[in-house]
Design a binder for this molecule. Structure first.
Ligand code: SAH
Length: 392
């Protein structure tokens, strides 16, 4: 178990042990850590499994309702732990059914209270939850609005996991129905691999049979390309991986995704090769490519991209997700025209790549890729679908 700092009591040292802030938030403990906590208390580890089932399979966070746990133990749990979901600030519902929740993160480690966003994208027979891993982002990609607000702080494991719990509740509370949240993607605010110590236990909870029980193909970590952590992710949990590539050469990628100056494309492709080594062919990596008018969307870019990915994936098809650029205030780019995107995609397909163009979802509520900023919309900008929701 790594990154124990967020599992320590989230309080100032002088707080009373009975205040919620002084108790460990169970959303922050994966099964190994929870079992260890229980054993420290002199309780058997299987109790930890029971508690996880209550939380993640039944959506119960009130110890009193955990009927197979004896009264005395319930009281001890109450004294040691809290199971605390984040506080909702606003919920918005798009005309296409996409939902965006703005959640409040408490003041922590000297950083003031801040907000993050979680987005739910329903589709026929499935639903994707897009979660945040940091408040703000330090990667500074030039086409992303999260970057404009800068970096506030890392989210804790508890804060990351609680987004999934929160969404499950907000979507009707049936935690057994795998069609409601069938996929979780780390494509909200932040760079997940820059907060690896908190993200890894969160992934373990998503995958655990006593946790949310998602298969590792249904959990996608999206990264701007932090090479050493791509290797660690492969060794530790081996989820689906999305690479925010966005350019076929270093000269262009340096401008769009500045982390490229540290881990250039050749190193990134080597890390992708290692990620796939020895795995079955279904272990896809998806390459994300934002379509920016006149910047990276020309036929020569498509041909260069195909060459790069075919070389990296020698022998079988790489998958490319073209994302039409989503605009935001003061953005310096515009979205490529539909015919330019389809020409680009035709070239990739002709070269054997599996290519999809991402349908823009939720842009009327600023919930589309790259539009998350963590701020509550200004009162003047009230939109259709803004609905007040009571904080639970
Ligand atoms: N930091 C991670 C995950 C966050 S963003 C990463 O870089 O992968 C999820 C995806 O949305 C990334 O591919 C990102 O590059 C893309 N994105 C960011 N801003 C965008 C915008 N304005 N329009 C379209 N896609 C954008």
């Amino acid at each position: 178990m790594q990154g124990t700092s967020e599992n320590a009591p989230d309080s100032t040292p002088h707080a009373s042990p009975l205040t919620p802030h002084a108790r460990v938030n169970l959303f922050g403990l994966d099964r190994a850590a929870l079992r260890a906590e229980f054993e420290k208390m002199g309780e058997s580890g299987y109790r930890a499994d029971q508690i996880m089932l209550w939380i993640y399979r039944r959506g119960v966070v009130d110890f009193e309702q955990m009927s197979n746990v004896g009264k005395a133990l319930r009281a001890r749990l109450e004294a040691h732990f809290v199971i605390r979901p984040p506080e909702l600030v606003t919920e918005q519902v798009s005309t296409d059914g996409t939902r965006k929740w703005v959640l409040r993160l408490e003041e922590r480690e000297g950083r003031p209270e801040t907000m993050i966003e979680t987005v739910y994208i329903p589709e026929a027979n499935r639903g994707t939850l897009c979660i945040s891993s940091q408040a703000g982002c330090a990667m500074d990609c030039s086409f992303c609005s999260t970057a404009q607000g800068g970096f506030s702080r890392n989210m804790t494991t508890a804060e990351i996991v609680a987004q999934v719990y929160f969404a499950g509740k907000a979507l009707g509370g049936d935690f057994q129905n795998e069609k409601v949240i069938s996929n979780v993607v780390f494509m909200g605010m932040g760079e997940p691999l820059a907060n690896y110590n908190a993200v890894l236990p969160a992934i373990r909870i998503l995958l655990d049979d006593f946790g949310f029980g998602l298969s590792k193909r249904r959990v996608t970590v999206s990264t701007s390309g932090l090479v050493p952590f791509i290797d660690r992710l492969g060794d530790d949990v081996d989820t689906a991986l999305a690479i925010s590539l966005h350019a076929p050469n270093d000269q262009l990628r340096d401008q769009l995704v500045p982390i490229n100056k540290k881990y250039p494309i050749a190193e990134l492709m080597d890390a992708c090769r290692r990620y796939l080594a020895g795995k079955d062919r279904k272990a896809h990596i998806v390459y994300e490519y934002v379509m920016l008018e006149g910047v990276n969307d020309q036929p020569e870019h498509a041909r260069e991209l195909a060459k790069l990915l075919n070389a990296a994936h020698g022998g079988y098809s790489a998958k490319v997700n073209l994302i039409p650029f989503n605009p935001f205030p003061n953005a310096r780019y515009t979205r490529s025209k539909p015919d330019v995107i389809s020409r680009f995609s035709d070239i990739l397909r002709a070269k054997g790549l599996l290519t999809m163009t991402r349908r823009t979802r939720g842009d009327d509520i600023d919930a589309a890729c790259g539009q998350l900023v963590g701020k509550v919309q200004s009162k003047q900008k009230k939109r259709l679908g803004d609905i007040p929701v009571r904080v639970q």
